[in-house]
Write a protein that binds this ligand. Structure first.
Ligand SMILES: Cc1ncc(COP(=O)(O)O)c(C=O)c1O
Length: 424
């Protein structure tokens, strides 16, 4: 009998047995290795760089602790993410707050806790923040710019185009600067852009840096203002399938550093501190999802459906963007009997998790591991079909701990109310 599949030294079948399935498993060791890898790559810029982990990829209170332990800053994109970070005691001054439609309540929370930076996304947000502050206040801000760069990635995760709900179009920077001149309470520390996600080519990042420094030069020339920071967002792609390309971060940051240094010399700019906001690159491969195979249907002349006990509720990315994943059967088997199958979820939708994959002799009751689910899976999970969300287990060396409990049916009805006129 072959051994069961291991994930960072842990027997995956034993994890499934101990914590139940579906189960998100996240390796602190893998996260640490990815942080180290990206740190080494950033050194190639030969510039001062800060890393803000993008909490939207995966955030719980324990995750905030891990991020702080790694010495990273944190990018949050909603009141809920900000609240999670504050509850975990994450240093407020190391938090950067994003969002294309922040509410008064969210902005007030950020102001009350004096978080490090608020990234303004629109003129309406400047109005909202003005109403929430006094002329004597001082609030450090960045402004998100839509630089007009089309990254090589899925259309739905391209975010730097001119025609985008994110940021202020580059063409409106003069208007932005005029508005901010009247509001000295806002300390404009720099600009931000994020061109998209799951990008595996380096060209878009270089073009974005060029465009942003061109804007810095224009602002310095016309307003005499120089900036402390240049935030170029996240978006570094990872290989989801064994044959997928991985972005060459060493090449990217060597070229990017050279470009920034050259352009700052050419435009006579103070070299800003660079900020990056990787989410997926740090979290995705640190996570896997374990499922139990429930039903196997061999449709004569068609295909074999292997149905698992999760689906689009715990991983909506295949349904949203046609995202591809790799999976393996975890149970050690005596022989290799590869079969081509489709992996389906249990939702009342055609929730295909993996369209076509070779699995080794899948049987009812087997444990299946889907790779690279650490980013945008738990974070995007829903209760569709009123299904409870899976637990999340954190692995650290040979230790495993629950960091988010499995929801129960009680949790599912916890917020429900029945109006008196419907009571028996
Ligand atoms: C502003 C911003 N920063 C960072 C990220 C993280 O992107 P990724 O997880 O692809 O690195 C996103 C993702 O949408 C984003 O919108």
């Amino acid at each position: 009998m072959k051994e069961n599949l291991k994930f960072y030294g842990h027997d995956t079948v034993a994890l499934a047995k101990r914590y139940g399935t579906p189960l998100y498993v996240f390796s602190a060791n893998c996260f640490h290795a990815s942080v180290e890898a990206i740190r080494r790559a950033f050194q190639k810029t030969k510039l001062d760089v800060t890393i803000h982990y993008a909490g939207k990829a995966f955030l719980t209170k324990a995750m905030c602790k891990l991020v702080a332990q790694e010495g990273l800053h944190l990018d949050v994109a909603s009141g809920g993410e900000l609240f999670t970070a504050l509850q975990a005691g994450f240093p407020a001054e190391d938090i950067c707050f994003h969002g294309s439609n922040k509410s008064n309540e969210e902005l007030q929370m950020a102001l009350d806790h004096r978080i490090g930076l608020i990234v303004i996304d629109s003129f309406d947000e400047i109005d909202r923040l003005t109403n929430l502050t006094t002329p004597e206040d001082r609030v450090d801000i960045l402004v998100r710019i839509a630089p007009g760069i089309e990254a090589h990635t899925h259309e739905l995760i391209q975010t730097g185009k001119v025609d985008s709900k994110f940021g202020v179009p580059a063409s409106m920077v003069p208007q932005l600067m005029e508005t901010l001149q009247e509001l000295p309470r806002f300390q404009l520390k720099g600009l931000h852009c994020h061109i998209g996600s799951q990008i595996t080519e380096t060209e878009g990042f270089i073009k974005a840096a060029e465009k942003m420094l061109e804007i810095y030069a224009w602002i310095q020339k016309n307003y005499g203002q120089s900036f402390d920071y240049l935030n170029l967002g996240g978006g570094f792609g990872i290989p989801y399938l064994p044959q997928d390309p991985c972005i060459d971060l060493n090449a990217l940051f060597t070229d990017l550093g050279e470009k920034v240094r050259d352009l700052c010399t050419e435009y006579d700019l103070k070299i800003p501190q660079l900020m990056f906001e990787p989410g997926r690159y740090l979290a995705a491969t640190a996570g896997v999802t374990l499922y139990t195979v429930g039903t196997i249907k061999e449709i004569p002349g068609q295909k074999t459906y292997v149905s698992v006990d999760g689906g689009m509720m715990d991983n909506p990315r295949p349904a949203l963007y046609g995202a591809a994943y790799h999976a393996e059967i975890c149970n050690g088997k005596d022989e290799d009997k590869p079969v081509t199958v489709r992996i389906s979820g249990k939702a009342c939708e055609t929730d295909t998790l993996i369209d076509q994959i070779l699995l080794n002799d899948p049987q009812v009751g087997d444990i299946l591991m889907v790779h690279a689910t650490g980013a945008y899976n738990y974070a995007m999970a829903s209760n569709y079909n009123r299904l409870p969300k899976p637990a999340v287990v954190l692995l650290m060396d040979d230790q495993s701990d629950i960091i988010s409990r499995r929801e129960t049916y009680e949790d599912i009805v916890r917020l429900d109310e029945i109006p008196s006129w419907l009571e028996d």
